[in-house]
Ligand binder design. Structure first.
Ligand SMILES: [Zn+2]
Length: 301
């Protein structure tokens, strides 16, 4: 039994109010894989320093009032990480990540004119859409959705996983060749138009728009701790910014809107560092790994 447990027992025994007890240790669990998510129990409202194998600092991540620091992991993260407390003298956690093995594909026959917004109207639409997304990603909601675990947002087969890089090669109407390399940062689920989409975890809606240029009907759902689920190509959007939803609650319906190659739901999860004012270093993590996340108790329990 630890000293703090004895103190608590003594406090109860003498009839004193139980003192607020912060976690005295630093322990990380979650999905220790490139593209995954670490949930670290640590003293409430402290700061975690994440560094690489040579001690180079990568990012500083805040620990929330419940004593949980939520650390997103890049798809290309170095395999050795150290998580240390900035303010507290605690043994650091050394974390070895499982390596991803995402395929790389070259796809020929791209119609270059379909890839990007080219006409003035398309460019204006794409510009407005970009600004709408930036505004939403700049807001942060409270919540502990990630710690309760995730469910699939719609019932259908996974048609494209997170992670593969695809290089497209083709020719445009002007006869000039073009190429484009893109990483698939979402988890695609093949479902017919009109299939219900539900919240994979509790959260606050921070964007609901039926007509973004690339994404089509789109919802952003902020789960707290910086994690935002993004749902694209929807045929119906039933929620609006400010709505709070529980896990399993309906957000709208799947569709084939925006730039798509067929009806499906593109579900992506972005990790934004709540400790940084800049959104430039935010990134997407692998939704499939979140589906395997065990519910996580806070550091004070
Ligand atoms: Zn997709």
């Amino acid at each position: 039994m630890f000293l703090r447990d004895w103190l608590l027992i003594v406090a109860i025994w003498v009839g004193l109010p139980a003192p607020a007890i912060a976690a005295e240790t630093l322990t990380c669990s979650g999905q220790a894989t490139q593209g995954g998510l670490l949930l670290c129990s640590a003293p409430a409202e402290s700061t975690l320093i994440v560094s690489g194998p040579n001690g180079e600092a990568k990012r500083e991540v805040p620990v929330n009032a419940d004593g949980v620091g939520t650390i997103g992991l890049l798809r290309t993260e170095t395999l050795e990480l150290k998580v240390a407390s900035k303010e507290h003298d605690l043994p650091p956690q050394l974390v070895t990540l499982a390596k991803r093995d995402d395929p790389f594909r070259t796809i020929e026959g791209l119609d270059c004119d379909k890839v990007d917004a080219r006409t003035p109207e398309q460019k204006a639409h794409a510009g407005r859409s970009w600004q709408t997304k930036q505004n939403a990603f700049g807001t942060f909601s409270d919540g502990n959705g990630a710690r309760s675990g995730f469910i699939v947002p719609t019932d259908g087969p996974m048609s494209s996983p997170f992670g593969p890089a695809r290089k497209y090669i083709g020719v445009g109407k002007d006869g000039k060749p073009c190429d484009k390399t893109s990483v698939h940062y979402g988890y695609d689920i093949a479902v017919p138009i009109g299939t219900s989409i539900v919240a994979p975890a509790a959260g606050t809606v921070i964007l609901g728009d039926e007509d973004l240029y690339y994404e089509g009907g789109t919802v952003f759902l902020d789960h707290g701790d910086g994690l935002v689920s993004v749902f694209m190509h929807m045929s119906a959007v039933d929620v609006a910014p400010g709505d709070t939803v529980s896990v399993g609650e309906r957000l709208g319906a799947s569709g084939n809107t925006g730039r798509t190659t067929g009806p499906h739901l593109h579900w992506a999860v972005k990790w934004r560092n709540p400790g940084s004012d800049s959104r430039k270093r935010d990134f997407y993590i692998d939704p499939a790994l979140l589906l395997e996340l065990e519910p996580h108790a806070s550091g004070q329990e």
